[in-house]
Design a protein around this ligand. Sequence first.
Ligand SMILES: C[S@@+](CC[C@H](N)C(=O)[O-])C[C@H]1O[C@@H](n2cnc3c(N)ncnc32)[C@H](O)[C@@H]1O
Length: 234
Amino acid sequence: MPHIDQLRQPHPFDLLHGTDTGGRYSAADLDSVSLSSLYATGYLGIPPSTLRSALAALPVNHEDFSFVDIGCGKGRALFVAAEFPFRRLFGVEIASKLCEVAWANAARNPAWEKRVSIANQDAKSFVFPDGPLVLFFYYPFYSRVLRRVLANVGRELRQSPRPFYLLHGHLYVNASDSSAEHVDIRTYRKVMQSFPYFREVSDAVYPLSAADAAAEPSGITMNRFLLYSAGVTA
Ligand SMILES: C[S@@+](CC[C@H](N)C(=O)[O-])C[C@H]1O[C@@H](n2cnc3c(N)ncnc32)[C@H](O)[C@@H]1O
């Protein structure tokens, strides 16, 4: 599988856990089970330090919720989320090769194997698990697919209302408003606003730890997280 930055040292998360969650892959270089990959952004694992901060700040009892990573790639976000007492953890990933790596990673830790389920499929056809949910997106795809997935979420919540949060992670640079990252965030926010059942709860920026920053293929030093809740009634 072509890899944009093959010469980089393993990520500290991987050195600690014996996993492979590193690297950066363009969408064009990934295999796929669906044409939705035309709207995919590529693979990049979330920096563990920023995701930990965002998950610690969630206004939930983690043990009441399951965590779903939409576009889980090699599984890094799932394994970081497994540090919290979420009930179960689910990942969905369109690229078969990334999914195989994620399965192999999960198999390295019996606690992960027991709690984590990963499906190789298009997020558009993913069937959401029962019970209260935290859905996580680390900028997996462009708005065309995002809209379809959000419409599915709305249908699911109307059929089976329950506590629900959606957490969007974004690359973030402290740059001009016209930088690519700012435009991505504005676009996501606009799409979210077109679904009346989502309400923005918080908007937070967290810095990468020094170790994560040194290992970060994109060069970012911060992530921005937008948190939404859904107030859908039957
Ligand atoms: C930026 S990576 C994030 C990886 C992981 N969530 C993390 O934070 O460590 C986005 C992932 O979404 C996947 N993806 C893109 N479109 C998808 C779709 N329609 N269904 C499922 N996965 C998709 C990509 O293949 C890629 O692995």
